[in-house]
Design a protein around this ligand. Structure first.
Ligand SMILES: [Zn+2]
Length: 314
């Protein structure tokens, strides 16, 4: 592909605002500074420590997700204008959750915004601080710009009903927000609100098998690789099965919190912090999906009627 004009490093250093920095640290995360731009590969850059990525081509820039942290998208837009002589042509929204798409409307003068079709009604209903998708798709979409390919995958309802994964195969980069987190051996999500657990388990397997993936950009935390999908999937299957087995045995939420301790996964990142909300929200997810035997007048149904507040029943 054609080479991309970038401002020489000395000019970049002169042009950036106070409190930010530009580094070239292949294979590492962006650190704590939400304004740090890190070059991941020849043409893919990340800033901050979330799913905020941009792809530079000879014909335009593709921005993936947004954030209102630090200088936010106004800052990034100015920075892109200083560094490159091509406009932002596409903005890709990974899913409707506002923290991942905040401020992306600043590119609407030059860019087309793309999201999964199910993201659009959520963005409108919730009044997200975001660009409104102009192009939506159902299963997969491919963008070709300046010799670069960006492939969008939808694996069905997983974390939200509209999460997509963004693959830049020529660069070996997969942007995979909110399905893995913080390196390779980690619990991927704090809880299962707005989640379809079985769909998430299936998607983690598919993502672990995707070709041309050297670097995984998670939704939060340092860069990972494809092993992260397998590690999280193994944990998630075990958590689901243990909680479900206890539910089928008629155990209470309090008993499940006490006994589903997942000790064999205690070396996973975020284990201490997220085990309790993981167990509680998995219980909630499984509770809603099953119908116990009997006439619905057993002790379990009496103790745990639909809609009871977690933590107050006994
Ligand atoms: Zn999310």
């Amino acid at each position: 592909m054609k080479s991309i004009r970038t401002i020489p490093p000395i000019l970049v250093l002169l042009s950036i605002p106070l409190g930010s920095n530009v580094t070239n640290a292949q294979g590492t995360g962006a650190g704590d500074d939400p304004l740090a731009i890190v070059q991941i590969t020849d043409n893919v850059f990340r800033y901050g420590d979330e799913s905020n990525v941009f792809v530079v081509t000879s014909e335009g820039i593709i921005v993936i997700d947004g954030t209102c942290k630090g200088g936010g998208q106004e800052w990034l837009k100015e920075e892109l204008g200083r560094r490159y002589d091509v406009p932002v042509k596409y903005v890709i929204l990974s899913h409707d959750h506002e923290s991942h798409i905040c401020g992306t409307q600043v590119y609407s003068d030059t860019a087309v915004t793309i999201a999964h079709e199910k993201a659009l009604p959520h963005i409108l209903r919730e009044g997200r601080n975001s660009a409104i998708p102009q192009v939506i798709f159902e299963d997969t979409m491919e963008i070709r710009l300046g010799g670069q390919r960006v492939v969008l995958y939808y694996f069905g309802p997983t974390h939200s009903d509209n999460l997509i994964q963004v693959h830049i195969p020529n660069e070996g980069v997969l942007v995979a927000p909110d399905v893995v987190r913080s390196g390779n051996k980690a619990i991927g999500l704090p809880d299962y609100r707005d989640s379809t657990v079985d769909g998430l388990i299936d998607a983690l397997y598919a993502l672990s098998k995707l070709d041309n993936v050297d670097i995984v950009v998670p939704g939060h935390g340092p860069l990972a690789d494809q092993s992260s999908f397998g590690y999280y999937r193994t944990y998630l299957v075990a958590l689901r099965d243990r909680v479900l087995d206890a539910l089928v045995a008629g155990r209470s939420i309090e008993y499940i919190i006490d006994t589903v301790t997942m000790d064999d996964f205690s070396d996973y990142e975020n284990f201490e912090q997220w085990l309790r909300p993981n167990v509680i929200s998995m219980w909630d997810n499984m509770y809603r999906l099953r119908e116990p035997n009997g006439d619905r007048k057993n002790a379990y149904d009496i103790a745990y009627p639909i809609g009871f507040p977690i933590g107050t029943a006994h």
